[in-house]
Design a protein around this ligand. Structure first.
Ligand code: GDP
Length: 196
């Protein structure tokens, strides 16, 4: 039955700009094994966060904290999703609950790169009207010898899909905070353009 899913989605502020004071909802999407849990752990255990306690990753894999970006604090709720390849309803739900998305693939796994493109198409399908901030994230860039996706492939894909691009290594903690900060910057740009 679709009715229950529809009611869940319609009570959500899908597609609305974040109200002032509400944390930005940032969703981690990507094939399994690409590093979403590693990203969430870095976010949760944030060394450069202003919160003194690390936040627990609970059952729903959600973590909220206030981070400092360009001298201004931002409340961010990070949602770590499971692989939704076989669950269309979960996919739709994720495609509508986020204010912004980190779309991860592993540079060592071509299939995960293709999966990221599919997820981008799913996002566009469910959010045709909005300009939703998305960063395409090529993770595991420390594994140079196992690379299957070139930097250029990543960059080209991001250009085609009209989103930003970054390569990261969660293992080396390289560029992960840059990705989180980047998404906050995009959310702020979007908010500022809506206020203008
Ligand atoms: P998820 O399924 O997307 O949540 O992926 P995980 O975060 O569980 O990561 C899958 C595996 O890849 C784990 O063994 C991680 O330790 C490893 N991993 C994640 N990110 C990196 C990275 O940047 N570099 C390397 N070398 N391994 C990573």
């Amino acid at each position: 039955s679709w009715s229950s899913a529809d009611s869940i989605i319609s009570t959500d502020s899908a597609g609305e700009p974040p109200e002032p004071g509400r944390p930005y909802r940032v969703v981690l999407l990507g094939a399994s094994g690409v590093g979403k849990t590693a990203f969430a752990s870095i976010f949760a255990g944030a060394a450069d966060s202003m919160d003194s306690d690390d936040c627990e990753l609970s059952g729903d894999e959600m973590c909220e904290k206030t981070i400092e970006v360009d001298g201004e604090s931002a409340a961010v709720t990070l949602l770590d999703t499971w692989d939704t390849e076989t669950d269309k309803r979960a996919q739709e739900c994720h495609a509508q609950t986020g204010d912004a998305y980190l779309l991860l693939y592993s540079i060592t796994d071509r299939a995960s790169f293709i999966r990221a493109s599919e997820l981008r198409i799913t996002l566009r399908r469910f959010r045709p009207a909005q300009h939703t901030p998305i960063i395409l994230v090529g993770n595991k860039c420390d594994l140079v010898r196992r690379r299957e996706v070139s930097v250029n492939d990543g960059r080209t894909c991001a250009a085609v899909f009209d989103c930003k691009f970054i390569e990261t290594s969660a293992a080396m903690q390289h560029n992960v905070w840059e990705a989180f900060r980047g998404i906050v910057r995009q959310l702020r740009l979007r908010r500022d353009s809506e206020e203008a």
